[in-house]
Design a protein around this ligand. Structure first.
Ligand SMILES: C[S@@+](CC[C@H](N)C(=O)[O-])C[C@H]1O[C@@H](n2cnc3c(N)ncnc32)[C@H](O)[C@@H]1O
Length: 249
């Protein structure tokens, strides 16, 4: 688990420990049953305070405030725990990347695919790689538009990858692989496309520099490499803005 989720877990845990260490002895001393609704609301309040003091983004503060009261409310529904396990496993099949590397699933839009299409016309690459290919909705139209070029997508979420395989079937110039982008060699690629999140960009840049050949192009949708000036930034006509940051190796 990366640093941010661990920090949030520690923050919520600290609120739980603080409130319970006061409430349990107090109600035990009074020989009264613990008022779990009030206790969960108090934990939410303390967690919100901790999140505010440690300057977490507003949405993390809301999550901290609501988490324990929602746990209490869900507990009252007396749902069989097996359903939670099933829901967790189903989510994992699609959002594995969010859990393992803060890279969730969201898709490049049509305008971005059109901008990439123009970029391919200009670059004339033989091999194009999409790191974290999602449903293949970026590579499939490009593979159709450029049958003489070879497209490879790497995706680590099993259900997402399977859906991409079904959607992309019957295209000899398209390969959609189930795998980890970090163990994908980039030495043969002429253009590497990534639409990930801010979290992996520094590490990904180090990988691109170590493996990509001179003259090839690394393109990141929306997330620039920290501390490195892109050689070119292509503005894509969409809202919210989704610039393509291009780095020549
Ligand atoms: C923001 S989506 C982009 C999807 C697609 N490239 C597009 O532009 O429409 C990022 C994808 O990367 C996948 N992903 C996250 N970590 C990965 C990893 N270590 N290896 C391969 N894929 C990963 C996620 O599951 C998700 O489908």
């Amino acid at each position: 688990m990366s640093v941010t989720p661990l920090r949030q877990l520690a923050l919520q845990g600290a609120a739980v420990i603080l409130v319970l260490s006061l409430a349990w002895p107090y109600f035990g001393w009074q020989a009264e049953a613990m008022p779990w609704l009030e206790t969960s609301v108090a934990i939410g309040g303390v967690a919100f305070l901790f999140a505010t003091l440690s300057r977490q983004p507003w949405w993390w503060r809301l999550i901290h405030a609501g988490f324990m009261p929602l746990v209490w409310a869900t507990h009252r529904l007396a749902i069989d725990p097996g359903w939670f396990l099933l829901a967790f496993l189903l989510l994992l099949l699609v959002y594995r990347g969010a859990l393992s590397g803060q890279i969730p699933l969201y898709l490049s839009n049509r305008q971005t695919v059109a901008a990439l299409d123009r970029l391919l016309e200009r670059e004339d690459p033989g091999q194009v790689v999409d790191l974290g290919a999602g449903l293949g909705s970026t590579l499939i139209p490009l593979a159709d538009a450029w049958p003489e070029r070879y497209f490879t997508g790497i995706e680590n979420a099993p259900a997402t990858w399977l859906a991409s395989r079904l959607l992309g079937v019957g295209r000899p110039n398209l390969q959609l692989r189930w795998g980890d982008l970090w163990s994908t060699p980039l030495g043969d690629a002429d253009v590497v496309y990534a639409f990930l999140s801010p979290a992996p960009m520094s590490r990904l840049w180090a990988k691109a520099q170590a493996e990509m050949k001179p003259g090839s192009l690394f393109v990141s949708n929306s997330f620039p490499v920290p501390g490195v000036t892109a050689g070119e930034v292509i503005d894509v006509d969409c809202t919210p803005p989704r610039p393509l940051y291009c780095y020549r190796m």
